[in-house]
Design a protein around this ligand. Structure first.
Ligand code: UT7
Length: 330
């Protein structure tokens, strides 16, 4: 333990989205919106929504199971696990405890990460540190977000944006020149209430009044979030690239948080990255919070878009405001 420094990378990924697909037309039938507005403003066409009875821990466990399978790592080889979520099954205990039980990982430490949409990348970086230092050999990092349960389905400016889903990665030792080559993590707490759910915590416990005022649902200052997303995601990408000693041209794929196609197009323009180097999954899944970057990574790996020797940038921004990026070699 702790007597060696080694390179840590992603050995396998998995993802899970619920079966039920909700289209823009489905939403138009329930509220004053339309496919044209949603597609032009966000790029989103469909999203998956969890069935009643399905929990964030169920999605997490399924994504985790698939990641273990792809990595070829058995549950008993995992020594620590994390679940990034803003939509835990319960306020107490951590969703990680529930997922740990579902995956039969009873010998591991487990904890939740509450870092908004940057949660999965935060988790990968923490896991990378544990593996590099020798504190752990294999760490399972999962993200699972079920925002459908926290949305006001009459607030058309917010509810159309999100979908439920989970993604996971097994982090373990990899050869030199592969794995997490650099990273950056940031937070700007001045804007903690620009995306938040006012009720349900200790400041405003759930009450009839909170329900009446719709304070149990997520509130968001859309334009502010948009502007800061672009700014911080560009800055953090530049920092991670610089720390890795790489140029944009050295990166095969830019896996940006899948919140809004226009945010991604702005990044493409400002950073001078062609759109064909940026996978788009939000058209099918909407914004799946911390799971989104992992879903895009899983998709890219499964479709063979990432080859041996490729370097990929992961970059996300969300509630907090919190952001993070990492350059990962495969
Ligand atoms: O992980 C980070 C998560 N958050 C985000 O990614 C959000 C970032 N922000 C955004 O994506 C955009 O700000 C939105 C997509 C949320 C909104 O786009 P916008 O271009 O900022 O629109 P807006 O809020 O300025 O609204 C323009 C108009 C308004 O009508 P008026 O006041 O001009 O008459 C809205 O009432 O569009 C109306 N509107 C809608 N119309 C049809 C808002 N939502 C809808 C809707 N359908 N769903």
């Amino acid at each position: 333990m702790m007597d060696k420094v080694r390179r840590a990378g992603i050995l396998g990924t998995g993802r899970y989205v619920p079966e039920k697909v909700v289209t823009n037309e489905d939403l138009s039938a329930k509220m004053d919106t339309n496919d044209e507005w949603i597609v032009t403003r966000t790029g989103i066409r469909t999203r998956h929504i969890a069935a009643s009875g399905e929990a964030a821990s169920d999605m997490a466990a399924e994504a985790g199971r698939r990641a273990l399978e792809r990595a070829g790592i058995s549950a008993d080889q995992i020594s620590f696990m994390m679940v990034a979520t803003g939509t835990p099954d319960y306020p107490i205990p951590s969703t990680a405890s529930i997922v740990q039980e579902k995956l039969g990982l009873s010998h591991t430490g487990a904890m939740d990460i509450s870092s908004g949409c940057a949660g999965l990348i935060y988790g990968l970086i923490i896991a990378g540190g544990m593996v590099s230092s020798g504190m752990a050999d294999y760490v399972l990092v999962i993200s699972s977000e079920m925002l459908s349960r926290h949305l006001d389905w009459t607030d058309r400016s917010v509810c159309i944006l999100f979908g439920d889903g989970a993604s996971a990665a097994v982090v373990g030792p990899v050869p030199e020149r592969e794995g997490i080559l650099s990273f950056d993590m940031g937070t700007d707490g001045r804007f903690w209430n620009s995306i938040h759910i006012p009720a349900g915590g200790v400041v405003q416990p759930v009450s009839e009044e909170a329900i009446r005022n719709k304070d149990i649902y997520m509130k968001m200052e859309g334009k502010k979030v948009f502007a800061w997303s672009v700014r911080r995601m560009k800055e953090t990408a530049d920092i991670s690239l610089r720390r890795a000693g790489l140029d944009k041209k050295d990166i095969s794929l830019f896996l940006f948080h899948q919140a809004n196609l226009r945010i991604i197009q702005c990044l493409s323009e400002k950073m001078g990255i062609p759109m064909d180097k940026i996978p788009i999954e939000l058209d099918r899944f909407g914004n799946t919070g911390p799971a989104s970057v992992g879903i895009a990574l899983d998709e890219a790996l499964r479709k063979g878009y990432i080859r041996k020797g490729d370097k990929v940038l992961l970059d996300a921004f969300g509630a907090g405001f919190i952001w993070s990026s990492a350059v990962i070699g495969f």
